[in-house]
Design a protein around this ligand. Sequence first.
Ligand code: ATP
Length: 323
Amino acid sequence: ITKIGVLTSGGDAPGMNAAIRAVVRCAFYYNIEVYGIYRGYEGMIQNDIRKLESSDIAYVLERGGTFLKSARSAEFRTTEGRQKAYDNLQKHGINGLVVIGGDGSLTGAHLFYKEFGIPAIGLPGTIDNDLSGTDNTIGFDTACNTAIEAIDKIRDTATSHDRLFFVEVMGRDSGFIAINAGIGSAAAATLIPEKKMPVESLIDRLNTRAKAKKQANVVIVAEGGKSGGALEISKKVKKYLPNYDIKVTILGHLQRGGSPTSYDRVLASKLGVSAVEGLMQGKCDVMAGVINNKVVYTPIKRAIVDDKEVDEEDFRVAKILST
Ligand code: ATP
């Protein structure tokens, strides 16, 4: 490996900059050149590719977002698009790739490797934590902290007015952010896509809390639940509890931004180094992750399988602490 290309793709996540920086620093340590591929696969197709210097990565570790920018590329899903992307990599002599993104981005990296044989290592960059082969994805911890900080503030106003708040958090169709935010912010209930909670059970829970004179009621709702988001659930609950003063807050994209936490900085930094060293050792078509504090390389095909679920124990703890 003499020239590595690095890109960020899909939804941005805090810590992506720290990962890019670690890739560049580590590559320089081993005298390898690094090319920044801007705007993900879209930039690969449009040849938006520039050689990175030390100055490009100064003061980026602590910044949210991604200085390489991220995008979704419909064209990369086509063989013609991927051919253009490959031709551009050839022009620059890039013979190794580090792809930082979610399951879609890693699927793209896997296909690209199968078709054109350019060794690629994926890094799990998504706030959703929905990739196997790593305990946590880059950005997940920061997103949980952001959600909890926001919910603390909502609780203040909920308590002052004796209101019931439904707070919707991100996570696509997985409930990792929701369950963490639920435990970490003493939610009255947490609704996640992985576990069905009939509205009647939620009403029972709220009635029990009312009897126990629990004033602040904040219910966390994961965005991808089958019974709908916070707005839909709040409307159903209002029918059962017409006297409750109910409000809805959708946290939305603020969960994607912000300076990464120490956990995400360290995770992203370790994984950035592992990506470069993995490529040097001849590893490819794998995702580097951290399991039990050790770096592990998992075949991308395995990492993107949709089988990572919220820990039963976390769900049990959330339930005990909110009843
Ligand atoms: P997040 O989970 O944060 O949204 P993601 O990486 O899953 O991130 P996607 O929009 O699913 O986000 O994928 C990002 C990009 O990866 C797509 O826009 C597309 O260019 C590429 N990609 C995704 N799936 C495929 C596929 N099956 N084949 C080729 N490329 C793909």
